[in-house]
Write a protein that binds this ligand. Sequence first.
Ligand code: TA6
Length: 293
Amino acid sequence: MENFNSVVNALADCVTIVEREGAKIVRIAHDKAYAEVALHGAHVLSFKPTDQEDVIWLSEKADFSPEKAIRGGIPVCWPWFGRVAAPAHGFARTSEWYVVEHRENEEGVIVCLGLDESDETRAVWPNSFEARLYVEVSEKLKVTLEVTNTDDKEWKFSGALHTYFNVADIRETVTTGMGAEYVDSLQDGKICQGGAELQLTDTVDRVYTQPEELISIRDPKNERTIEVRNSGDNSAVIWNPWAEGAQGMGDMADNGYETMLCVESTLHANSIEEGKVLQPEESYQLITEISVK
Ligand code: TA6
């Protein structure tokens, strides 16, 4: 994915800011892996360990306009997950973040992006905060969303690192480790019990409430298993819109669903009032760690 318009700024040997369709993107080109992170939404767009297919799926029809959420990658859903308030999945994914710092060594690169409260964020969520997204690129990808309450009152939040994984063929992809119990968003939140393995034949939109420490995505046609370790979460959301859903989305090709699977590190809440409480000066981390076997 190197169709950039221009290089804006070289921050270090392997960290460059480039521009695509008007969006600024941090490009990390290290011996261990290649990665891209858009400042729009602090959105990881690509993670490609050397000699591997991209682990992250990005829609060929993704819209990088400032008011839009990018389809694919790792959307940062915060300060809420889902449609419990507007905009859907919070404002972090449609806000412009800035580079706080970056470091590199032989093992990899770490880039930290920041978002702080502003008049725009206060207009939709009247709280003071500091958000940092640490993107650590090495043989693995570790993404940490750290939020701090800089207000003088408590506030509540939920969120997700809503990763779209790139798979060769969704029908042959087998997921394990998500746990048995799930809340089915397609059946009005009905609580269901699933099997140990999940292989899709239709749309799913589920909140798995007891995920194991390791969630594995077996992708036989790419001859690999993607391993996902989450922390700070209380559930793993699994989503694929399938054919009808993809057709209904302007920013996904009709067959886009065939090569993607969302497995999300989610701190889920049914409303903002039921969200996680953060006291003044407290911080919270939501993490996803992704590797390939
Ligand atoms: O995480 C699953 C989900 O909440 C689904 O319900 C689905 O709508 C998806 O996220 C995408 O949401 P978006 O707002 O990006 O279209």
